[in-house]
Design a protein around this ligand. Sequence first.
Ligand SMILES: NC(=O)c1ccc[n+]([C@@H]2O[C@H](COP(=O)([O-])OP(=O)(O)OC[C@H]3O[C@@H](n4cnc5c(N)ncnc54)[C@H](OP(=O)(O)O)[C@@H]3O)[C@@H](O)[C@H]2O)c1
Length: 251
Amino acid sequence: MSRIAIVTGASRGLGRNTALAIAGHGGDVVVTYQSRAAEAEAVVAEIQAMGRKAVALQLDAGAVAGFAPFAERLRVVLREAWQRDSFDHLVNNAGHGDMALITETTEAQFDRLVSVHFKGVFFLTQALLPLMADGGRIVNLSSGLTRVSYPGFAAYSAVKGAVEVLSLYMAKELGGRGIAVNTVAPGAIETDFLGGAVRDTPDLNQAFAGMTALGRVGVPDDIGPMIASLLSEDNRWVNAQRIEVSGGQAI
Ligand SMILES: NC(=O)c1ccc[n+]([C@@H]2O[C@H](COP(=O)([O-])OP(=O)(O)OC[C@H]3O[C@@H](n4cnc5c(N)ncnc54)[C@H](OP(=O)(O)O)[C@@H]3O)[C@@H](O)[C@H]2O)c1
C-alpha cells in the first residue's frame, strides 16, 4: 500500500517540489493551495504522469475556522480516491514571507504571520490527527533565520521559532502513536517567497550566497528530495530534530 502525504502550500515553491519528490519516492499526495488552483492542478497532473495518485484541495492555512471542513473534505477524498480512512504524512509547509524592521512591523503583519505560520500549524495538525495513521510522520517547515538574526525578519523568524518548539512537543505527545515529528529549516531558497526577493534581487541573493559555505543560495531541488527522504523508511528513527538544509548558511 502506498503512503499518502498531505503537503500544504504545494502549488508552488518548496511545497510543489516536495510533493513531486514524494511522488518520485513512490508516494501519493494531497496537494493544498491557497488561491492558485491551476498551479495546484498542474502539480497533480505531473504526479499522475509519474504513475502516482494526487488530489488538489483548497486550504487557507491561517483560517482555523476552515480546518474542520477541510478535514471533512479530506476524509471524503481519502475514501473516494484511495479507499482509505487515513493518511500517513503531513508536511506543514504553506506560508508567506513578510519583511519589516521591528520598528515598522504592523499588528496586521504580525497577526498574519502568527496565524499562518504558528497558530495554523498547531490547529491544522490538531484537526488532521484523527485522520493520520499511527506510525505516521509530520514535518514542519521552519527557517535558517531562527538560528541567526537578519534585520527585517524578527516577526517571521519568531513564529518559525515557535514552530520549532511546537515540533518538539508534538514529537513527545504523539510518540505513543508512533508518529515522528521533525522540523526542516531551509536557508534562503530561490522561490516566489517574499515576492521572489531571494531569486530576483541580486543584492539579497549575493548577501545570502556570501554567507553560505557552499557559495550559493538554495533552489527548490535542494529541499524537496531531502523532505521526501526524511519521510522514507530510511529515516524512520529520526525524531524531534531541527534539521537545517541550507548549504551551511551563516556557520
Ligand atoms: N524560500 C525560502 O527562502 C524559505 C526559506 C526558509 C523557509 N521557507 C518556508 O518554506 C515554506 C514554503 O515557502 P516557499 O519558498 O515555497 O514559498 P512560495 O514559493 O511563495 O509558495 C508558497 C506556497 O504556500 C501557499 N500559501 C501561502 N500562504 C498560504 C496560506 N495562508 N494558506 C495556504 N497556503 C498558503 C501558496 O499557495 P498559492 O500558490 O495558492 O498562493 C504556495 O503554494 C514557507 O513556510 C516558508 O516560510 C522558505
